[in-house]
Design a protein around this ligand. Structure first.
Ligand code: FE
Length: 296
């Protein structure tokens, strides 16, 4: 093992808690928890499954509101469909990403597609919540539905390192998604023996989450396993990631970073604002139908 110069280090490794969301689907959640409320500007990361579902067992998240932030859904296996109060609807299949800017508010549903629900299958994916700066919290809702084929894939070491560039930039490839503040969202797949040094601006807060396999991360080469999140120091403008040559399996991980907003966070359930008064107003707007409703 070699120490890689000028890499951020891992300051903390957090094991995701297991909980249930929506109608009762299993998620692993590194944050928010009792000990870590956010990684500014990120408010939540849910790792959905992987879970094998029998016929009729797939569950989703029926009609619910959001205001003041963005939800980023990334499907790895299985599928879902969404509908909202503004009349938008669409389907997400493996590899697809939906970057939804809730802004001033939408009511939406996130459910398994009818055929998947009927037949069952494997469900695996992610949802990340990205906070919006105060000036953008009440902007009009916006969707960026990016099919798998439009997400750039960068490669290094003859394909031993493969990166799906959801947001930001990696190994010379730029994402197609537009973000309100600088965000990077990268999915690395690394074969045993592969190493990579990824640029991460010093202005970003950054973390890595291991989907499966085991990574050696940062200048201190901390071992980080499946379902664990590594928080990175901000003392270098890159991070090193390695899948040990002795590893038995590929390493899959998300490397996510963004410029912190450094603004007050008032959050309650599906609303994330700057003050308690704004949260009360969000509830009032929702309850009085000002975020609309879904016509089924
Ligand atoms: Fe939602």
């Amino acid at each position: 093992m070699t120490t890689i110069a000028a890499s951020r280090s891992v300051t903390n490794v957090i094991t995701a808690i297991r909980t249930f969301e929506g109608e009762g689907f299993p998620v692993r959640r590194p944050f928010p928890t009792q000990t870590l409320s956010l990684v500014d500007p990120f408010l939540l990361l849910d790792h959905l499954g992987p879970v094998d579902l029998g016929p009729g067992e797939a569950k989703g998240a029926p009609d619910h509101p959001h205001r003041g932030f963005e939800t980023v859904t990334y499907v790895l296996e299985g599928n879902m469909e969404h509908k909202d109060s503004v009349g938008n609807s669409g389907k997400l299949n493996p590899g697809d990403v939906q970057w939804m800017t809730a802004g001033s508010g939408v009511v939406h549903s996130e459910m398994p597609q009818a055929e998947f629900k009927r037949k069952g299958g494997r469900l695996h994916g992610f949802q990340l919540w990205v906070n919006l700066p105060r000036k953008d919290k009440m902007i009009a809702p916006r969707y960026q539905d990016i099919p798998a084929a439009k997400i750039p894939i960068a490669e290094a070491e003859n394909g031993a390192v493969r990166v799906r560039v959801v947001a930001g930039e990696s190994l010379g490839k730029k994402a197609v998604i537009e973000t309100r503040t600088p965000i990077s969202y990268l999915h690395f797949t690394m074969q045993p023996g592969a190493t990579v040094r990824q640029a991460v601006s010093k202005s970003h807060n950054a973390f890595a989450y291991v989907i499966d396999g085991e990574g050696l991360i940062g200048a201190n080469q901390r071992r980080v396993g499946e379902g664990q999140m590594a928080i990175l120091s901000a003392d270098a403008d890159a991070v090193s990631i390695e899948n040990a040559a002795t590893a038995k399996a590929p390493l899959n991980l998300l490397l996510i970073s963004g410029v912190p907003l450094r603004e007050p966070v008032a959050r309650y359930g599906p609303f994330v604002m700057n003050t308690k008064e704004e949260i009360i107003r969000a509830f009032d707007d929702y309850q009085n139908g000002r975020m609309g409703q879904i016509t089924h």
